[in-house]
Design a protein around this ligand. Structure first.
Ligand SMILES: *[C@@H]1O[C@H](CO)[C@@H](O)[C@H](O)[C@H]1NC(C)=O
Ligand SMILES: *[C@@H]1O[C@H](CO)[C@@H](O)[C@H](O)[C@H]1NC(C)=O
Ligand SMILES: *[C@@H]1O[C@H](CO)[C@@H](O)[C@H](O)[C@H]1NC(C)=O
Ligand SMILES: *[C@@H]1O[C@H](CO)[C@@H](O)[C@H](O)[C@H]1NC(C)=O
Ligand SMILES: *[C@@H]1O[C@H](CO)[C@@H](O)[C@H](O)[C@H]1NC(C)=O
Length: 473
């Protein structure tokens, strides 16, 4: 098997087009899936080809640690700050079935004393506890699942990683209820913007919702969009690797063809559609190790794995990331006519041991969450995380509606979940675990994205909880 493509990148940089996976699965599953959704091949395949890239492979290709601080202070985020920007009412709503015109609805009802409960619960502080309740969907029942994340379908036989639920210390995380979610989002538009990890969450949500309702694709060249008709609820996905404007023309001493990241300009792919969104979930992180020149006010101010030694470099990857996050969040919050709820999902931890993705790094054999003592500190990830929190704090200080920005703080909880990645089970090749490349190394593993079903489904339970807080009167 050819492991590396033309550009020296693994052949799985481009996962199979979602349309063909979906279409094949619809055919093979016939009656089971047909009533759930009507797929239009045309719309999905018209999606921007860049969205087909698996970001981190592309980005990690240039990963060099030259810009990482050898030591240095990692900005600390206090629990107090997190509680205010990611708080969730200490409420476990009951899901009530209502029948209207022969149709059953699931509606969330708060306990009557809710108004009196002032206590806040940080749903992101807690621990993983063993719980053998069924996953919210199966590989067989989700036509939306990319092959790269279909761990059982790719031969992963252990299933213990599915038997853990996140338990916030001071409250419960309500199990996802698709019908109640749809009811909560009736008439609204939810957008996911970011890279392939964001796509991972979007696909998981689609899998969760397609268990209870059907959706129709109504996207175009610029975004994927699914409409849940009976609810007039739309889910949109837009690809944006860095959240800021990208160009390739030469600027000053930064040559043509090199990626230029304009740290002070919001990605126009985001601004173009902002007013449409009622809820926006966004994130960025895994593309930053890629070679790029950083531009502020039209001038070259820094770069990643690239520099012209004649000048002083002001922004390395970490500083550049910090500026970009502030730019993106502040521009979004201040955007005219945008009144949506903005949710920044924090850095998604990867778990390579014994090397990087392309030098034999592995997460093979992880079958349960890590113990506290096994957690590995990663100063790069810690710093990105701290910059995200700083950017949210700063964005919340501007503008009348600035409080409508929240943090989905998954980083710590998911640092335990080394067991939740596809690892070697990123494709169907039955020999993938024993295979060795010419250099004697096994083929690259995916210890970055998350298996579906799997722990990533919890992100959508966090989302469900956050939306309840926002939209239940
Ligand atoms: C789903 O996973 C099972 C193993 O649990 C596997 O046998 C089956 O082929 C998978 N189906 C698909 C459509 O990937
Ligand atoms: C397991 O999780 C389910 C769904 O979240 C919950 O209803 C149930 O109470 C949990 N069981 C235990 C033993 O915690
Ligand atoms: C940096 O760029 C300037 C202007 O293009 C050029 O004159 C100089 O030779 C470059 N220095 C290096 C080390 O490439
Ligand atoms: C930029 O890339 C294009 C296409 O790959 C190539 O034809 C062109 O020569 C490149 N230009 C520079 C300045 O490297
Ligand atoms: C703030 O939000 C309210 C309610 O959503 C809206 O009416 C108002 O126009 C918003 N203000 C700005 C400056 O966007």
């Amino acid at each position: 098997m050819r492991t590396f493509g033309k550009a020296g990148q693994p052949s799985w940089v481009k996962p199979p087009c979602l349309c063909s996976v979906a279409v094949v699965m619809v055919f093979t599953m016939g009656m089971l899936i047909a009533p759930l959704m009507r797929l239009s091949r045309k719309v999905i395949s018209a999606d921007d080809p860049s969205t087909q890239l698996v970001s981190w492979v592309e980005s990690s290709n240039n990963q060099v640690v030259e810009d990482l601080p050898v030591s240095g202070e990692i900005p600390q985020v206090t629990d107090e700050v997190l509680a205010t920007i990611s708080d969730s009412k200490d409420v476990t709503p009951t899901i009530v079935e209502e029948e209207k015109d022969g149709e059953v609805k699931h509606v969330l009802q708060l306990p009557s004393q809710q108004g009196k409960l002032k206590k806040q619960c940080n749903i992101f502080e807690g621990k993983w506890i063993e719980n053998h309740s069924e996953p919210l969907y199966q590989n067989e029942t989700c036509p939306f699942l990319s092959q790269g994340q279909n761990c059982p379908g790719n031969g992963r036989s252990d299933s213990g990683y599915l038997n853990w639920k996140w338990k916030p210390t001071e409250c419960e995380l309500t199990r996802f209820d698709g019908l109640a979610f749809l009811e909560l989002m009736r008439g609204k538009t939810l957008a996911f913007i970011g890279d392939s990890v964001t796509r991972n969450q979007y696909e998981a949500l689609m899998c969760m919702l397609l268990q209870v309702a059907s959706a129709k694709p109504t996207g175009n060249r610029k975004f994927q969009r699914w409409v849940f008709r009976g609810y007039d609820f739309k889910v949109i996905r837009i690809w944006s690797s860095w959240l800021v404007h990208v160009s390739t023309d030469s600027i000053d001493f930064a040559p043509a063809n090199m990626t230029k990241l304009h740290l002070d300009i919001l990605d126009e792919k985001i601004s173009e559609f902002l007013p449409m969104f009622d809820v926006l979930v966004l994130a960025s992180g895994h593309w930053w190790p890629k070679t790029a020149a950083y531009i502020i006010d039209g001038k070259v101010v820094g770069g990643q794995t690239w520099w012209n030694g004649t000048y002083e470099k002001k922004y390395d990857v970490l500083a550049g990331y910090g500026v970009a996050m502030k730019t993106a969040l502040k521009a979004i919050i201040a955007y005219p006519d945008y009144k949506g709820l903005t949710i920044l999902r924090t850095y998604s931890p990867e778990h390579y041991e014994g090397g990087e993705w392309n030098t034999g790094g592995s997460c093979t054999g992880k079958t349960k969450p890590l113990e506290e003592s096994e957690l590995a500190r990663n100063s790069y990830a810690d710093t990105l995380y701290a910059h995200q929190i700083e950017a949210v704090k700063e964005a919340r200080r501007i503008g009348e509606n600035a409080t409508r920005i929240r943090v989905m703080d998954i980083t710590r909880a998911f640092s335990y979940r080394a067991d939740g990645h596809p690892g070697p089970y990123r494709n169907r090749n039955p020999n993938k675990v024993v295979e060795r490349g010419r250099n004697g190394k096994p083929p690259p593993q995916d210890c970055l994205h998350w298996c579906m079903p799997g722990p990533i489904d919890t992100w959508n339970e966090y989302l469900f909880a956050m939306l309840q807080r926002e939209f239940i009167p």
